[in-house]
Ligand binder design. Structure first.
Ligand code: PLP
Length: 373
């Protein structure tokens, strides 16, 4: 059966060059990076080269990049340390953040009794910047946790504006850039961000590896205790091959960004145009979205909603409804719940997310199958 993968916001395939790099490292660099002999030092050098590569593309220093198992871990670590060790008593976030942020913030509220303030989300998926501005100044030490690109709708938030306000009022800014690292330029010399998190599997790298950017002079406390890895901030023997694979994946993503962005933008426009031709009443969820995510509300009956992903899957098409963890479930997406009316929420919304590997023929096939449903 034909396989069409249009769920690249959930995860991406690993580029062949990345696999080759990881295999090479696994075959030759088996040393423990903490060992002082040459086998260990050689593995350590792989990690430090990877750190420099990542720092180069994000325009920060290598010391500001810390490796973690995932973006979820990085977010847990940063938010927890900010509350426990920096005296943060108020976290400003929004209901459309990823669960990695939302559930961490909730847990911290229960544990430490911090205040949570939510920025309103407008029907187009954007944040209510006026309400956000009105939340400052505050007596309470504040951390703002707002994402760059929403993983369900692709809506892009103005992180420069958010960061400037944070710094004006001495608040920390933690930004979930999982959906934008490797897909859009990020210049950390210019962006007023204190903490950023990313995940390799979203930019054609391996799963189980991510990183945090922690701005110089901000000293977090560890979440895991043990060895002295990552300056003692993140104990545990480093996954050398994963780190090398992540750096390679980021390098390739940025080196090919220009061409791939043009290609994917055109695919997304083609997909929307074909959907509009087939279903004139289709609407797009979210405005000002990144070039690789298209979230559409299909004018189908409620009865078809529950089965739509299943039916597409039966035809070999992988797309998503809301975020990956909700795929296949009939629970409405917590992101769309903030944007759509009750009636529209009951209708099927599909997240179609593209990569450089997709083709117009695949989109034609998706439309063909959708028409049959
Ligand atoms: N934040 C966003 C916006 C995401 O899309 C994801 C992945 O689904 C995460 C965080 C979690 O990343 P990880 O899979 O590295 O834990």
């Amino acid at each position: 059966m034909k396989k069409v993968y249009l769920d690249n916001a959930a995860t991406t395939s690993i580029r062949q060059e990345v696999i080759d790099e990881m295999v090479k490292v696994m075959q030759t660099e088996y040393g423990n990076p903490s060992s002082t002999h040459s086998v260990g030092r050689s593995a350590k050098a792989i990690i430090e080269t990877a750190r420099k590569t990542i720092a180069k593309y994000l325009h920060c220093t290598a010391q500001e990049i810390l490796f973690t198992s995932s973006a979820t871990e990085a977010t847990n670590w940063i938010l927890r340390s900010a509350v426990k060790d920096f005296g943060v008593r108020r976290i400003i976030t929004s209901k459309t953040e990823h669960h990695a942020t939302l559930y961490t913030v909730k847990a911290l509220q229960q544990e430490f009794g911090i205040e949570i303030v939510e920025v309103n989300v407008l029907p187009d998926g954007s944040l209510d910047y006026n309400q956000f501005k009105a939340l400052f100044p505050s007596e309470r030490k504040t951390l703002v946790s707002l994402m760059h690109v929403n993983n369900e709708t692709g809506v892009v938030h103005d992180i420069a504006q958010i960061g400037e306000l944070c710094h004006q009022y001495d608040a920390f800014f933690h930004c979930d850039t999982v959906q934008s690292v490797g897909k859009t330029e990020l210049n950390l010399q210019e962006l007023p961000i204190d903490f950023l998190v990313a995940s390799a599997h979203k930019f054609h790298g391996p799963k189980g590896i991510g990183f945090a950017f922690v701005r110089k002079n901000v000293v977090l406390q560890p979440m895991l205790f043990g060895g002295e890895q990552e300056k003692g901030w993140r104990a545990g023997t480093e996954a050398v091959h994963q780190i090398a694979g992540m750096a390679k994946a980021l390098e390739l993503s940025y080196e090919q960004l220009h061409e791939e962005r043009i290609y994917i933008t055109e695919l997304k426009m083609y997909c929307l145009q074909k959907l509009q031709e087939a279903f004139p009443e289709v609407t797009v969820n979210g405005e000002n979205t990144l070039y690789n995510i298209l979230n559409v509300l299909l004018p189908f009956s409620e009865a078809k909603t529950a089965m739509i992903l299943f039916n597409l899957d039966m035809k070999g098409i992988a797309v998503s409804r809301g975020s990956a963890c909700q795929s296949g479930s009939i629970k409405p997406s917590h992101v769309l719940a903030e944007m759509l009316s009750e009636a529209d929420l009951k209708k099927p919304s599909l997240r179609i997310s593209f990569s450089h590997e997709n083709t117009k023929e695949e989109i034609d096939y998706l439309i063909e199958v959708l028409k049959e449903i």
